[in-house]
Design a protein around this ligand. Structure first.
Ligand SMILES: [Zn+2]
Length: 525
């Protein structure tokens, strides 16, 4: 295959199709920032939004027009003209021109069912709508990509007509014919066969726009590329209509693995941050199970796996995490052996001899038997290990507490905290429950005695019933996620009493946060 045949264009539609996903909305500012990040990544096209839908979208284009994006092209999106209207007087097409974008993508119908029952026109008139809409824009000097909506469904019903649709767009000057699996119901074999047919007729000026309703959007896009398509469309993290679009990050990396050239290898190390950044803007938790860039993409738990990757990462990793800017993690767990413990200790900066390694492995096994799970609470594991090694002594200890629930009106807690030689007594009330009252009482005791302690903030709280091995007594685990400056970390408490478990997790949060503030630990989770 020639070099050009190995080049595949990356077309991002996060700002348009991605924004059509439930719960996703971007402000003007968000859109500009995301466009900048995408351009920095070197994508070929950024579809910045519907040209006609709102004044705000027009504003986005205006703003983007004033910025430089290197080789990345900003695309205005819209549809073919309405029936019975000339292209010149069609508000949608006029709005595309109004954006000032030099590239436009317009969609048109390629499924007779839609032409007939949704659009309510004749097949011939639909072809005219496509043809004169495309030529209207190309005559104005725009590069026009044509999105053939429902192409793969349309091809099944009437392949002759679906091809005619593409012919109309191509003859009118469309540079790229984008085959859309709009309903996302197709599978790779079908996509590959149909794309092959299209490429054999029109050449490689073909793109693929796949939705993920069969969870095959990425596979379908890759199948189209194998069949000769030279452009893939998708969104960061796969946001989009219904269950979403093809995840562009998985596509970029998949194509790279298959030897196709896209954004360039040096840019790929920014993909994890890009994925996290867009999730933050969308205000959605970053999915840890995302391939390549998720928190768990290179997390190893089984002892045998960990033993092997410590010798040879390739043994259980299909790419190196660094390639996408991600990190390898080993999880301390029931399934992990001494090798994992050693790796963890190395991560924490502990020096272990055989004897210490042995005692730490025993300690963790015992804690796990009691129901502790350290996968999401590395900070508690750090504290237990450091304490057991004698290199850490807690700056404070809660020695006693009394909790009173005042008939659901408010809750109060009295607490005794040992800080050095001093015994501090505090009380606190809350209307949000006992756990909140406990947190407040401890905050009061620590405030003024440890500088910066107010910077340690609890972010997330999770309670789970535990199924412990030998214990007959029911136990609960409480996981807390905390933030201190830019670092987030997890702690855990386990007890038969939920308040006690919560207090333990809160205590660990403060203790670890204080270590972070003192600069005594570098990293954490
Ligand atoms: Zn779509």
């Amino acid at each position: 295959m020639s070099k050009s045949a190995r080049r595949c264009q990356i077309y991002d539609t996060t700002l348009r199709d991605g924004a059509q996903g439930e719960g996703v909305s971007f402000s003007l500012d968000d859109k500009v920032k995301i466009a900048k990040a995408l351009a920095g990544m070197g994508v070929d096209f950024i579809e910045a939004g519907y040209a006609s839908s709102s004044a705000e979208d027009q504003e986005v284009f205006k703003k983007l027009a004033s910025m430089r994006f290197g080789k990345t092209k900003i695309v205005a999106f819209g549809s073919t003209r309405k029936k019975g209207v000339s292209p010149e007087s069609d508000p949608g097409l006029r709005a595309i021109l109004g954006t000032g974008a030099k590239t436009a993508t317009i969609y048109g119908k390629s499924w007779t069912l839609h032409v007939d029952s949704v659009l309510g026109t004749t097949p011939e008139k639909n072809l005219e709508m496509i043809s004169d809409s495309v030529s209207f824009l190309t005559d104005e000097g725009l590069d026009v990509l044509f999105d053939a909506e429902h192409f793969f469904d349309g091809y099944v019903e009437d392949d002759g007509y679906a091809i005619k649709v593409l012919e109309s767009a191509k003859d009118a000057g469309a540079s790229t014919l984008v085959l859309c699996d709009t309903n996302g119901g197709s599978f790779p074999k079908h996509i590959e066969n149909v794309t092959s047919d299209v490429v054999s007729r029109f050449g490689r000026c073909v793109g693929i726009h796949a939705h993920n309703d069969t969870e095959c959007a990425v596979a379908n896009s890759i199948a189209a590329v194998h069949a000769g398509a030279m452009q893939v469309q998708g969104t960061i993290n796969g946001y989009g209509e219904r269950v979403g679009n093809a995840n562009l990050i998985s596509l970029i990396m998949g194509l790279h693995k298959l030897g196709f050239e896209t954004i360039g290898k040096s840019k790929m190390s920014g993909l994890t941050e890009l994925s996290r950044y867009v999730a933050r803007v969308v205000n959605e938790k970053h999915n840890p199970r995302l391939p390549y860039v998720g928190d768990r993409a290179f997390a190893h738990k089984a002892g045998t796996h960990i033993d092997a990757i410590l010798k040879l990462p390739k043994a259980y990793e299909h790419i190196t995490p660094e390639l996408v800017g991600n990190k390898r993690r080993t999880l301390a767990s029931k399934q992990a052996g001494k090798a994992a413990m050693l790796e963890k200790a190395k991560e924490y900066g502990f020096k272990l001899d055989a004897e210490k390694l042995d005692s730490l492995t025993k300690l963790v096994k015992e804690l796990e038997r009691q129901g502790y799970e350290f996968e999401n609470s590395d900070a508690s594991l750090y504290l237990r290990m450091a304490e057991s090694l004698g290199i850490y002594s807690p700056p404070f200890t809660v020695t006693n507490y009394v909790a009173t629930d005042n008939s659901n009106k408010y809750q109060s807690v009295g607490m005794e905290v040992q800080i050095g030689d001093e015994v501090v007594l505090t009380t606190a009330e809350s209307r949000k429950g006992l756990i909140d009252a406990v947190r407040k009482a401890l905050d009061k005791a620590l405030a003024g005695r440890f500088s910066g302690v107010s910077k340690i903030v609890l972010e997330d709280f999770r309670v789970m019933d535990l199924d412990t091995e030998r214990s007959t007594e029911a136990r609960v685990g409480v996981w807390i996620r905390s933030k201190c400056g830019s670092t987030t970390f997890g702690t855990i408490g386990v007890s038969s009493n939920m308040l006690r478990a919560s207090l333990d997790a809160i205590e660990d949060s403060k203790k670890y946060g204080l270590l972070l503030l003192s600069g005594k630990v570098g990293k954490a989770r």
